[in-house]
Design a protein around this ligand. Structure first.
Ligand SMILES: Nc1ncnc2c1ncn2[C@@H]1O[C@H](COP(=O)(O)OP(=O)(O)O)[C@@H](O)[C@H]1O
Ligand SMILES: [Mg+2]
Length: 147
């Protein structure tokens, strides 16, 4: 599914909509350059799922947001090797809640087959957002293109 957002508000809204179809055990891997909007979309998701305000976990690898279904927000910008993840117990997070991972490209080889990917690109100031792995859970979550 290919979507576009014109500003960060639209990206937050899109995050909220996608969050509505996420369930415990889901892993969402975000890829895209610095400033492409990964954290922005995650803010929308965390807000809808837990009512909390997400912040960038830049100096820790993971932030936890408790909720009916807890959300674990990883930012892997600083990791160089997939192996570094086991030191924070990555495996133990799987299945406990919803996992949202920024810089998922750094751990692509250990992400399970059911992983949902959100690939974000800056395009003429707007954002091009490609989502894969939703497996027909929704037709189109975009606010401007209601089906
Ligand atoms: N359509 C858009 N979607 C998301 N962010 C946007 C958009 N247009 C402009 N921006 C700006 O781009 C930046 C995205 O930052 P952020 O979400 O932290 O990116 P990342 O986590 O990918 O590094 C913010 O300053 C935001 O205001
Ligand atoms: Mg970020």
């Amino acid at each position: 599914m290919l979507l576009h957002t014109k500003n960060s508000r639209e990206t937050v809204e899109l995050g909220k909509r996608i969050a509505g179809i996420l369930r415990r055990g889901d892993i969402v891997g975000f890829t895209g350059d610095l400033g492409s909007g990964k954290t922005t979309m995650i803010k929308g998701m965390v807000s809808r799922l837990t009512g909390m305000k997400a912040k960038s976990p830049t100096f820790v690898l993971v932030n936890e947001y408790p909720g009916k279904v807890p959300v674990f927000h990883f930012d892997l910008y600083r990791i160089k090797y997939t192996e570094e993840l086991s030191s924070i117990g990555w495996e133990e997070y799987i299945g406990r809640g919803i996992i949202l991972v920024e810089w998922a490209e750094r751990i692509e080889k250990i992400l399970p087959p059911g992983t949902i990917f959100v690939r974000m690109e800056i395009e003429n100031g707007k954002r091009k957002i490609k989502i894969t792995g939703l497996k027909g859970r929704i037709e189109n979550p975009h606010p401007q293109k209601k089906s």
